[in-house]
Design a protein around this ligand. Sequence first.
Ligand code: ASP
Length: 322
Amino acid sequence: MNRLIASLVVALATTTAAIAQEYPTKPITMLVPFAAGGPTDTVARLTAEAMSKTLGQNILVENLPGAGGTIAAGRAAESAPDGYTILVHHIGMSTAPTLYRQLRFDPVTAFAPIGLVTEAPMTIVARPDFEASTLAELIQTIKADSEAITYANAGIGAASHLCGMLFMSTVGAQMTTVPYKGNGPIMTDLMGSQIDMTCDQATNTAGALREKQIKGYAVTAAERQAAIPELPTTAEAGLPNFELSVWHGVYAPAGTPDAVLAKLTASLQAAVEDEAMGKRLNDIATLPATKDQATPAALKERLSSEIARWKPLIEAAGQFAD
Ligand code: ASP
């Protein structure tokens, strides 16, 4: 290497290191793959607020719904790896490679994982005036005329889609599926009785269930949830082994400098221990990650194990998207 090039390389490395040291010097954009007002949006806004306290910069939430979350994930994968664009995504990151035949990014290599942020069970819910009052009655009503019942989901790869897919194959009946851009708009239509039912994270339904704005049949967890204690578990309601837990993680594009990733991770770790965020999550039956889970290694491991876990289930269901 000649001297000039060598000194340019040194200068560039020094500048990159200095930029990473000063990071962040301007607001950060947090991409959210579903519409505003839904569970992923709620997790993202709480996380953004808590992380901005330690980063000393605003984190602006941008909702970019569509294609079960893959549009926002694709945009994040292609963004400049400078720490100014990050992504919050859920379990859908691990189902996308099997569900989408033409996915334009590889969830494992296109991102630098920052850490896990929350985990929540799902709830099987219906419009407030739906006739069935127990899960057994709900299943009976569905089986009697499944096409007449509308099931809302937030697109292929959304947790509401996965839960619906498992529910329909478990009860052996296909309802009429209505796709939305997120569970925010689904909740509005459910409360207004424009659709019959859905399966949504407790994050989004706990408040509406307590207020009796929607009907609840079961929570997809082994234990009842303190925030919605009246809701039986799926096993108690007659569907043993029907458990589904939705985890969310925070990602940066691959190639983001280590020093920037370290700052984002430290800030995420402070967020999951933030008292205000913890209290709010507790109220909506959503568990913050532990400090050890809010790390790149833990998210990397969860992502790979979940990709392997969902692959055979999705292939058996035989539902794919292009
Ligand atoms: N995360 C939700 C789902 O997967 C969608 C949303 O957050 O609005 O169904």
